[in-house]
Design a protein around this ligand. Structure first.
Ligand code: PLP
Length: 417
């Protein structure tokens, strides 16, 4: 059992008020709050260690470099990568996917090749491929979802052909909360010799990730969604693939030798880390992952599952409530089978004809922070036949009392219309 009050004490922001009311922060799928230890380790680094990494012969530079490389090892362990050479620091999931689109595209794709994505992708797993299309006319094939908001995996076999070069799929939908059967998708793609990129932005905060067990070829996540700082993220890539891919950006650190005639590249992972990295954020990210590990991902997952089920039960009692996804309510990850379409800690909803923005704005006035709109998933909104939703998303520090506040807030807003 998690000691939630103790955990909440680690997050000073949770004690603040907005509009004179206690903050109920339910926008964790957008970004999570930061525990004090993450802020402290970054403050300490700026105040007492700060120096550019990998460059200086001097003491501080060496110390900053050691911190950064120790952090890379922490990330490696967090996702069980084989080697730190497979851990590339980026600015976030978005940059990680853009890196793969650009660099994998250049190395492996030519006109007429195909990439499979899904109908529930975030824009950051759609638009990078469209940008690539302007350079190399590749074709996007889209795996549909069912009316229940679950990936229609029965359509997947029909999407593969001799031109398929990559599958890029989200592990968990940021709108529906649906957890996709990633392992099976990877196995199916590999049967066609097609590599798979997993967008783990919404998975990393809520479930253990083992890239070797999954056998994924690329995996991306953002630090700020897993209690770490903004502006830092991770791209995992299998070494054999990363070795064959050209650099994404050019500049300092990513080079071997430079002359005006010819430049060679640094070894992995530095080939993909041009310029001064955000080494302080890297250390903050590692501290966040250690924080999560100390609490324990299985305990976090069980707690959040219980909280989400409670929220679903309460929300479903509200008249005219429409919840998108979560059709297999009540099933635990074990009962439902791993990655079987059950929802994670994200609940998207609409109430009657109340516009999502009105609901979000009025909830905000009650101190309840939710997200509204299309959640960077416009094609999914089209599929659902709506413009947007209200989205409540939970983290390890949220409580049943906060769910009650949300439900009471929605009921109160509903009476105003
Ligand atoms: C599923 C998914 N993919 C990608 C992203 C993009 O993450 P970032 O903005 O941190 O790069 C998000 C952020 O909301 C997301 O939910």
């Amino acid at each position: 059992m998690l000691d939630i009050q103790n955990i909440r004490n680690d997050f000073p922001i949770l004690g603040r008020e907005v509009y004179g009311r206690p903050l109920v922060y339910l926008d964790n799928a957008a970004t999570t709050q930061k525990p004090r230890c993450v802020v402290d380790v970054m403050t300490e680094e700026y105040l007492n260690v700060n120096a550019n990494v990998h460059r200086g012969v001097h003491y501080l530079s060496q110390q900053a470099t050691d911190l950064m490389e120790a952090a890379r090892e922490t990330v490696r362990r967090f996702i069980n990568a084989r080697s730190t050479t497979e851990i590339v620091f980026t600015r976030g999931t978005t940059e990680s996917i853009n890196l793969v689109a650009s660099s994998f595209g250049q190395a492996f794709l030519s006109e007429g090749d195909e990439i499979i994505i899904t109908e529930m992708e975030h824009h950051s797993n759609i638009v990078p491929w469209q940008l690539l299309q302007s350079r190399i006319p590749v074709k996007l094939r889209v795996c549909p979802i069912t009316d229940e908001g679950i990936l229609d995996t029965s359509a997947l076999p029909g999407l593969f052909n001799s031109r398929t070069r990559l599958v890029a799929v989200t592990a968990v939908s940021n709108v529906l909360g649906t957890a996709n059967p990633i392992k099976e998708i990877i196995a199916a793609a590999h049967a066609h010799n097609v590599p798979v990129l997993v967008d783990a932005a919404q998975a990393a905060p809520h479930q253990a990730i083992d890239v070797q067990a999954l056998d994924c070829d690329f995996l991306a996540f953002s630090g700020h969604k897993v209690y770490g700082p903004t502006g830092i993220g991770v791209l995992y890539g299998k070494e054999a693939l990363l070795e064959q891919m050209p650099p994404y950006m050019g500049g300092g650190e990513m080079i071997g030798k430079v002359s005006f005639e010819h430049t060679t590249w640094n070894v992995l992972p530095y080939k993909f880390e041009a310029g001064t990295p955000d080494y302080v954020a890297v250390t903050g990210l590692a501290r966040a992952l250690e924080y999560v590990n100390a609490i324990g991902m299985p305990a976090i997952q069980a707690y959040e599952h219980d909280l989400t089920q409670y929220a679903l039960e309460q929300l479903r009692q509200i008249p005219d409530m429409r919840i998108f996804g979560h059709s297999r309510q009540g099933a635990s990850p074990v009962e439902a089978g791993e990655g079987c379409g059950i929802g994670s800690s994200v609940i998207s909803f609409l109430v009657g004809n109340i516009h999502h923005l009105d609901m979000g704005t009025l909830l905000d006035r009650l101190g309840i922070a939710v997200r509204t709109g299309h959640h960077c998933a416009e094609p999914l909104m089209h599929r659902l036949g709506i413009e947007g939703t209200v989205r409540a998303s939970f983290a390890l520090y949220n409580t049943r009392e906060e769910v009650d506040a949300l439900v009471a807030g929605i009921r109160r807003v509903a009476t105003m219309f």
